[in-house]
Design a protein around this ligand. Sequence first.
Ligand code: HEM
Length: 338
Amino acid sequence: MSESETRTAASAADALFDRYTLPKVALAVILTASLVGTWVTTTLNGHASAALAATKWAYFVALGVLTGGLVWKHAFVRPADLDTGSADYCAEMYARFDRIATGALAVLAVGGAVVLAGFRASLGPTPAVYAFVASLVALLPLAAVATRHDGSVEAQFRSPTGLASLALALAVVVATAGAEVAVRSGDPVAVGVRVMHLLAFAAWIGGAVWNIFVAVPAGKRRPTLAVVRAAGEQLERFRWTVRLVIPTLLLTGLYQAVDALGTTVGTYLGSVVGLAVLAKVAAIGLLFVIFLLCPMWRACSPVEGVCDLDDLGWSDPKTERPADSGRPDGSSEVPGDD
Ligand code: HEM
């Protein structure tokens, strides 16, 4: 699509509705699809309780927000961002994320106890349960210490406690997947597939929450060119992750569906669990469309230029400013609001 066509599409989208709603719609779809997935698993595991499914879902969301957020904090933010006048922006993002992570850890502690009770009742004192407890018990205090770190961004970036928290959060995702699958089969391929499904989910929901509740509010408070460049590059790293996440969720989801329900169409159309799986296929289709529309409509962020740095007219974004920035420091007003 040419530049003028893209701008026309963005204007048309503006005329129709607030295009910055799209990332929030995507987050709502991810939340709903994960709730449906958790309900499907608890039902297939023989515990058809809505309260248990809801508690496990809250646990998964907290784990995803923490894990995906730590990925953004230590992988999508880069030291190069800090050399270009965006250190304050990164510091505010870190502080915002730490507050969110504190809430996620509280949910993880309570939800983890409920999930553990379920694993113990189904599996007894087995290695899968020990691995789950060990990783969770190690993660909670360490990540709590990491969120209390009030040093500079450079000191926090890839700090030993930060990286250890990320490693342990990933370990909890793997251990949860292993114990969940062990309840029914323990087949190593099924464990690997579930690990991929949950890792993809965690990376997506954690990144979506960071973008909406961390990056956008922090960027709107100081929309300078350095910040827009850093934010745009970080967002692009997340978008590359999503390019991997979408096919991963679809393929691992299809594998699990065929593994649990087979390939007979009637099974899907004639049971609530089957319809739930079909709803998830529809959800991933909708998310794919949103993923395509967001950059086309410049809807990834209300901070101008973050969606596509080319919009600011840089030939070399590290050195040049747009001709019409109108401010000595190259800052620009934030257009619109979400
Ligand atoms: C839209 C994005 C998606 C998200 C956020 C998501 C998330 C989840 C989550 C959190 C679980 C619970 C796993 C557990 O309790 O260990 C799950 C299970 C499941 N998901 Fe997804 N999922 C998505 C897409 C899909 C797709 C496209 C399919 C395709 C059919 C699918 C099929 C399944 C199945 C069958 C299960 C149950 C597995 C089992 O218990 O054997 N998911 N999903």
